[in-house]
Design a protein around this ligand. Structure first.
Ligand code: SF4
Length: 120
């Protein structure tokens, strides 16, 4: 079975054709311009990863706090990560890079602040 995907590793956006076995296992890829595309294609067809971004309300701040994972995490964990974030409270002040949730869901990635918020 063939599947067409777009590499998101750089702005070129190569369209790649991935061949999967009948059991859905990665077999090969064509259309990638560089090895990063091949690695992405295999990852995407076996266990896709994503950087998760979100915004959190912060008591005492009219501006919500934007956060993201410090590394890509398994795509299937995104709903559970959003539930964790929904129960997360943040206190002012916050600096860029502050860890809001360490090692979220034991993925090895932290949830980190991507903006600064200070108390007034
Ligand atoms: S395969 Fe290489 S050149 Fe093509 S989009 Fe991916 S990273 Fe960019």
């Amino acid at each position: 079975m063939d599947k067409v995907i777009t590499c998101i590793n750089c702005p070129v956006g190569c369209r790649m054709t991935v061949t999967l076995s009948d059991a859905g296992a990665f077999v090969s890829v064509t259309g990638n311009t560089c090895p990063r595309g091949a690695k992405y294609a295999e990852q995407e067809c076996t266990r896709p990863l994503r950087v998760v971004t979100a915004v959190l309300p912060v008591p005492g701040s009219e501006t919500p706090l934007s956060v993201k994972t410090s590394a890509p995490v398994p795509k299937e964990l995104i709903p559970e990560i959003m539930r964790v974030l929904g129960k997360t409270s943040v206190s002012l002040p916050v600096a860029v890079g502050d860890v809001v949730v360490p090692n979220v869901l034991q993925t090895g990635a932290d949830i980190v602040a991507t903006r600064e918020l200070s108390s007034r």
